[in-house]
Design a protein around this ligand. Structure first.
Ligand SMILES: [Zn+2]
Length: 451
């Protein structure tokens, strides 16, 4: 059996692994590379073989860095099924066409005349390949392969993927959530694997506690809205993070720790994702506030979901007292760029970063202290106050990753540390070796290993 790391090797995007066993080829994840100049070129050459030879895809969750190349795979000839949990399939129904729309728009503005990675029509066509599966159920995508999806506690529908093929059990952690995170359940413990792929986004860091995180968030809101009378702009992934933020705002309001303010969720996808989340109360963590409570907004403030462009433009004229949640989470595209344009140069405003900012993204440049940034080819000085609230992450931190690994009863024969920038990945690898005495390795991009 052979495993090829097609992405998320020494970086956090492009998650995709090709498994070959006895003439059978399949993919675990089919993600898009995002951020950085090389992403587009990587996306265009990613498949290590003819997509027609790939029998099926096992998909851990809906985030585009795990799912975003499915339309391209299908457009290039893939004929098989894509297995994912039911909630993931529903999310993809809005996310893949939206991703295609962004690709088409980028291609329009591209001076070199590059074609989009895929079109809306191709994305829509690819949805027919999705096969929804239930958590915990045995799935037989092929006579020689058995698999199961376990709740990874990262976003709605996210899964740890267990695959038995070629006489070995491969466990792919997917993106693991932080235990105790609201809305989603805690990651499911797994006890055995021959081959383990573990994510390492925060393999070198510990998150602040939820209490401390809420304190920081309350401070950012009070400081900006009450003291400095500006707006708060929150770049947030539409799926997962936006619902988390709504949840935390509801919680702070319930505790009467923040003033009344209006919240604008300005991303059609965030609106759709919130609707899908509300339709799945059975997947919700029991400790969480009831979902309908998030949307009430609390006394004196409301939650507005904008869908059309006119609604979105109206937000531009609000000078103070608004919390604007928009995508993309790393500021590289989408309506967030408009909100940055209207707020980033105003010292009374704040940009609150609540998620990982990959190297090369606009969000990362701002977090790293850029004095000015280009938005729609115009330079804007960065004068807004910046807050980074790490504890809201939907990813397990180092201790939570090590804790999840502690459920294994025996050392996996092979352990690969994936989905992390080099420092994070190597730091987790060393920690695994120190704590558990397992041999672990960080793969190189496109490296093939014999299992
Ligand atoms: Zn993810």
């Amino acid at each position: 059996m052979k495993l090829t790391f097609l992405g998320a090797a020494g970086e956090v995007t492009g998650s995709s692994y090709l498994v070959e066993t006895g003439g059978l080829k399949f993919l675990i994840d089919c993600g898009m590379f995002q951020g950085g100049r090389e992403a587009d070129a990587k996306n265009r050459r990613v498949f290590a073989c003819d997509p027609r030879e790939i029998a099926f895809v096992l998909l851990s969750h809906a985030h585009i860095d795990h799912s975003g190349l499915i339309p391209r795979l299908v457009a290039k000839g893939f004929r098989g099924a894509v297995y994912a949990t039911r909630a993931t399939c529903e999310l993809l129904g809005v996310m893949l066409p939206d991703s295609a729309h962004l690709q088409e728009r980028e291609a329009e503005y591209d001076r070199t005349g590059r074609a989009p990675l895929y079109t809306v029509a191709e994305a829509t066509a690819s949805l027919r390949h999705l096969v929804p599966v239930e958590y915990g159920a045995e799935v037989r995508p092929h006579a020689q392969v058995r698999c199961a999806f376990r709740d990874a506690g990262h976003i709605l529908g996210s899964a740890i993927v267990e695959v038995e093929a070629g006489g070995a059990k491969i466990v792919f952690s997917g993106d693991l959530g932080q235990p105790g995170h609201p809305i989603v359940r805690d990651p499911t413990p797994v006890a055995a694997a021959d081959v383990l792929l573990i994510e390492s986004t925060y393999g070198d860091r510990l998150h602040k506690s939820l209490t401390q995180t809420l304190d920081e968030f309350a401070f950012a809101l009070n400081d900006t809205l009450a003291s400095r009378k500006g707006n708060v702009v929150i770049p947030a992934f539409a799926v997962g993070r936006t619902q988390d933020i709504l949840y935390f705002i509801a919680e702070l309001r319930r505790q009467k720790r923040v003033p009344a303010f209006d919240v604008y969720v300005d991303s059609p996808m965030a609106v759709a994702a919130t609707r899908i989340t509300l339709a799945h109360p059975e997947l919700q963590d029991r400790e969480s506030l009831r979902m309908d409570e998030w949307l009430k907004g609390g006394p004196g403030g409301r939650v507005h979901f904008t869908e059309d462009v006119e609604d979105s433009k109206r937000i531009n004229s609000i000078r103070s007292g608004a919390v604007i949640i928009s995508a993309s989470g790393m500021c590289d595209g989408g309506r967030i760029k408009h909100h940055l344009k209207y707020n980033i140069s105003r010292p009374e405003c704040a940009i609150v970063f609540v998620g990982f900012q990959a190297a090369g993204s606009l969000g990362r440049r701002i977090v790293d202290g850029a004095k000015r940034v280009n938005l729609y080819r115009e330079p804007y000085p960065v004068r807004a106050k910046l807050f980074t609230i790490g504890g809201l992450s939907a990813h397990a931190d180092r201790d939570a990753l090590l804790g999840w690994l502690g459920n294994f009863r025996a050392a996996p024969r092979r352990c690969w540390v994936v989905h992390g920038e080099p420092l994070a990945a190597h730091s987790l690898r060393e920690a695994i070796e120190r704590r558990y005495g397992w041999r672990a390795a960080v793969p190189a991009l496109r490296q093939t290993v014999e299992l």
